[in-house]
Design a protein around this ligand. Structure first.
Ligand code: SF4
Length: 271
């Protein structure tokens, strides 16, 4: 665990749930080797400064192609990408659609706090109708929020999950994501205590695993995804909505299969 510390002083607001995500991630990564991380731009991206791991603090919305690039460069890397909701669902949404289709074997954690927090709280694709900030005054946001879980199910993602920003939940889901071969999409509900506080979200959460939800049933996954409406916030299911075994991007191409087995290296691939 200590080896994962960079010693950098945290600049997240005191009490920001990003610190809990960081701790959960550290616990899940403590015994893993060959890990590389990628972050985008936003409050979430500071996690890159606090994890003593190689990787790239990439540009806004481009976490996913950067993860894919790392996997193509070295299919044996355990790649973890981090985005915020602005990064994933706004700037990077086209990459998200295709990452689900490509099914490259990396893990993607979206810190969803429903605002562009680093730039002081403008609405994102998951902000509820009526949310007010300086850019939406006096009427508040009028745009219908996106349902990222439904989007990922519709795009064919092979692992779709949601947890709350809680150390144990983050550790558990990242371990589950690593057991999965393929693209693992994990949304983390991470209230922004400064610009979008948790107004009773945690009390509305429940575990899909405890209700006997069948994670192989796509239709049931869609029904569960519909339960969390950002405008009304009545129920928030947490856990694995859907998981299926599917050929990964790295298994589709003979060069990548050979690279993975270390039978060839990029130096001797004939172009
Ligand atoms: Fe966390 Fe919000 Fe502060 Fe950013 S602005 S560090 S998300 S509490």
């Amino acid at each position: 665990m200590k080896k994962l510390d960079t010693g950098e002083k945290s600049t997240w607001c005191p009490g920001c749930p990003n610190s809990l995500i960081l701790e959960g991630v550290k616990q899940a990564l403590a015994k893993r080797t060959n890990v590389a991380i990628v972050s985008g731009i936003g409050c979430h991206a500071k996690i890159f400064d606090y994890l003593n791991l190689p990787g790239l603090n990439s540009i806004h919305g481009r976490v996913l192609p950067t993860c894919l690039g790392l996997k193509i460069g070295n299919p044996n890397l355990n790649v973890v990408g981090f985005s915020g909701d602005g990064d994933a669902y706004q700037e990077g949404i086209s990459h998200l659609v295709h990452a689900a289709r490509y099914n490259s074997d990396f893990k993607y954690l979206v810190h969803n706090n429903q605002v562009f927090a680093l730039t002081v709280g403008q609405p994102t694709a998951t902000t509820e109708i009526g949310f007010k900030d300086k850019t939406t005054m006096p009427f508040g946001s009028k745009i219908v929020p996106l349902n990222p879980i439904k989007l990922m199910l519709a795009c064919g993602a092979s692992f779709v999950a949601r947890v709350f920003a809680d150390i144990k939940q983050v550790r558990w889901i990242l371990n589950e994501a690593f057991k999965h071969k393929g693209f693992a999409f994990v949304e983390i509900i991470q209230p922004c205590i400064t610009f979008h506080p948790d107004t009773g979200y945690k009390e509305k959460t429940y575990s899909l695993e405890k209700t006997g939800h069948n994670k192989r049933d796509l239709k049931a996954a869609f029904r569960k995804a519909d339960e969390f409406d950002y405008n009304t916030v009545k129920k928030i299911p947490l856990g694995i909505f859907y998981q299926e075994k599917r050929e990964t991007f790295e298994e589709k191409y003979p060069q990548l299969v050979k690279l993975k087995k270390k039978e060839i290296s990029w130096r001797n691939i004939k172009r």
